[in-house]
Write a protein that binds this ligand. Structure first.
Ligand SMILES: CC(C)(COP(=O)(O)OP(=O)(O)OC[C@H]1O[C@@H](n2cnc3c(N)ncnc32)[C@H](O)[C@@H]1OP(=O)(O)O)[C@@H](O)C(=O)NCCC(=O)NCCS
Length: 170
């Protein structure tokens, strides 16, 4: 088996990502929220980053993140059932977390279905903390659990950067 590769998603991945969302995340919810058209629109959005994990040219996992001014929101994450517990989910989140740190984000926030203890354990293992329950978050019916990981504290001192002038004599 080839080593998993994490790369940015392409337009041609949209259908596969949407089907994975429906089957692995949205299962049992009313309607198909992240259908192929929505995934394609998200790919074109300059504040959205979609990454996929590929093994032998087959997409086995994906993540969708939105970058705000100071917060990255992890909108969707899934790994095919046959490839779970092999470190793919962790690798996808770490890839995005690294990008968020580089972009100066203060934290990462996400919601997961309250009836998904496996995902809650997964995010806790990656350093996310429970914030609060959000009733009706899914289809106006189902409760979500909000979790968050702090990347930096927003003190001005942390943002200072000292450098030396070159060829300028003060
Ligand atoms: C949640 C999910 C993305 C995790 O992806 P994964 O590739 O299986 O996770 P990893 O192998 O990277 O797991 C990293 C660590 O998280 C923890 N973890 C992962 N899944 C877990 C589970 N079901 N129960 C308890 N702990 C779990 C473990 O500590 C694991 O390390 P270990 O395997 O060395 O013990 C995957 O299970 C999935 O796609 N589930 C269906 C969709 C979903 O729930 N998405 C998230 C909410 S939107």
């Amino acid at each position: 088996m080839a080593a998993p590769l994490i790369r940015l998603a392409r337009n041609s991945d949209a259908h596969c990502i949407a089907v994975m969302s429906r089957c692995l995340i949205e299962v049992g919810l009313r309607g198909w929220s992240w259908d192929p058209a929505r995934v394609t629109r998200a790919m074109r959005h300059r504040e959205v980053c979609i990454v996929v994990a590929e093994i032998n040219k087959h997409i086995e996992g994906f993540a969708i993140a939105e970058f705000g001014d100071t917060r990255m929101h992890l909108s969707l994450l899934a790994v095919n059932a046959t490839q779970q517990r092999k470190g793919i989910g962790r690798a996808l989140v770490e890839w995005l977390e690294q990008s968020a740190r580089t972009a100066g984000m203060a934290d990462i926030q996400l919601e997961l279905r309250a009836n998904n203890p496996g995902a809650r354990f997964f995010y806790a293992a990656l350093g996310f903390e429970f914030v609060r329950a959000v009733p009706g978050y899914y289809s106006g019916i189902e409760t979500a659990l909000r979790m968050q990981k702090t990347l930096r504290t927003a003190t001005a001192e942390n943002l200072e950067y000292q450098f030396s002038f070159k060829n300028i004599h003060l």
